[in-house]
Design a protein around this ligand. Structure first.
Ligand SMILES: [Zn+2]
Length: 452
């Protein structure tokens, strides 16, 4: 049934626009946008007076597997540096994951994302004791919640060649699945014109995942590059999150981290480089000329005490990620803003609105459909906000409302591909049961962790 969203203020981030118009949603897309649209006989009319509609938020770098880490048992000793944070916390956690905990971490993580107004996740997954089929489990969970996602498995040599091979195969599996379902859709589209909302493959894409330069051999990088080439895919990788990554590339290969990726043809304009805190100017120049996306994760960087990324040098392809600390992009953008102020980074409030717009641009490129402009033909991925502003909202001051007012507590309804995943603050699935089962799974996970 077509939906007619009436009376809301429609807002976009980049370019900034604020319009009082109605939207008609049909077959997963915005089919009409005009003031005072007349309801058709088939329309379900939704009154959204005093509400704002923004394009669905996108998280450009996350790890759903870390959802069940919240409040987990303390590591055997306090990590004293970033490498020890990986060894004592994250690499113990990801190795303890099994099919059940992968599923419930993805379910609870995706539900948290929906409740925060986030409609699309770029997930970077690792579960070395359960690699084969892990992305299918995550896909099943995200599909139940109803979000879009771009999935990959973190290829690494840290667990030896056998695990490395399985990681590569898992990327191959998701990329092949997307490719074959897209071509199947193309065939069915010719037969059935109106199949957009039924197409599951419309909501998933793949990338080639890789952990970080310091855990990847030359051979592994070559394999990743081969997958990128065959599937025209981007690499999703951590770079220079800590100085360790940079020192390793210099001492073992006499190269910068990005220079090393470029030498192996493992970089292109679909690539996401997460963090980039300690990149040299030379590496940044190589990355920029390849047209990569730089994913800035300010909360994670502060939490790991790894430093402040040189965001002002990254150019105009900066996106925001949470690095697994939920998927609340209103909060991530707000903290990005405050941290840039604190750091005298010369990045103004409007720039963070543009970055949120970039997140939607990144997703639009991945899915081949507009996800950031809420115009006719855009996918109907949108978030309805109940935000009572005590001051006028204008194009000139929108970024200040974002910095000081609008947050995920304002999220009232969320739509992905024309279907509500959250409506009037209620999820399309039984929320309490998801969190209850996630808690049961997390206790099992933590019991395994205590034994390691
Ligand atoms: Zn990460």
């Amino acid at each position: 049934m077509p939906l007619l969203l009436k009376g809301a203020t429609i807002i976009t981030f980049d370019p900034i626009s604020i319009d009082q118009v109605d939207l008609r949603v049909e077959s997963g897309l915005i089919s009409e946008r005009a003031s005072q649209l007349t309801p058709g006989v088939k329309d379900e009319v939704i009154d959204l007076r005093d509400r704002m509609i923004v394009p669905g938020m996108v998280c450009a770098h996350t790890h759903l597997y870390s959802t069940l880490a919240r409040g987990m048992p303390a590591p055997p000793r306090q990590p004293s540096n970033f490498k020890e944070i990986l060894e004592l916390v994250w690499w113990r956690l990801d190795r303890a994951l099994d099919d059940e905990t992968i599923y419930w971490s993805a379910m609870a993580g995706a539900l948290d994302a929906a409740r925060a107004g986030t409609t699309c996740l770029f997930d970077h997954h690792a579960s070395p004791s359960y690699i084969t089929g892990s992305l299918q489990i995550i896909r099943d969970a995200i599909e139940k919640i109803g979000l879009r996602a771009v999935l990959c498995y973190e290829v690494t040599d840290r667990g030896g060649t056998h695990e490395r091979e399985k990681g590569l195969d898992e990327n191959l599996a998701i990329l092949s699945w997307v490719k074959s379902s897209l071509s199947a859709d193309l065939k069915s589209q010719i037969q059935i014109a109106d199949s957009a909302s039924k197409r599951q493959s419309a909501l998933f894409r793949g990338m080639v995942g890789a952990h970080a330069s310091f855990t990847l051999s030359d051979e592994s990088l070559d394999y990743c590059a081969e997958l990128m080439q065959v599937f025209d895919a981007g690499l999703h990788i951590h770079v220079a999150e800590d100085r360790w990554d940079v020192l390793d590339a210099e001492s073992r290969y006499r190269l910068g981290v990005v220079e090393r990726l470029a030498k192996h043809n493992a970089i292109n304009n679909r690539t996401i480089l997460a963090h980039g805190i300690h990149l040299s100017d030379e590496d940044i120049a190589i990355a920029r000329s390849a047209g990569v996306w730089f994913a800035h994760n300010p909360r994670s960087n502060m939490n790991n005490q790894v430093g402040y990324a040189p965001v002002s040098k990254f150019g105009d392809r900066v996106v925001l990620g949470t690095d697994g600390i939920g998927a609340d992009m209103f909060e991530e953008a707000r903290i990005a803003f405050f941290k840039s102020r604190d750091n005298h980074a010369g990045v103004d409030a409007n720039a963070w609105l543009s970055v949120l717009g970039n997140n939607q641009r990144l997703a639009s490129e991945a899915f081949g459909v507009d996800l950031g402009n809420l115009r006719v033909g855009s996918a109907a991925d949108l978030t309805v906000l109940d935000y009572s502003a005590p001051t006028p909202i204008t194009r000139e001051n929108l970024s200040w409302h974002l910095a000081f007012g609008i947050d995920s507590a304002s999220v009232e309804s969320v739509m992905v591909n024309g279907s509500f995943v959250l409506r009037n603050r209620n999820a399309a699935i039984d929320e309490q049961s998801v969190y209850e089962q996630a808690r049961v799974a997390s206790e099992k996970l933590w019991a395994r962790l205590r034994k390691t």
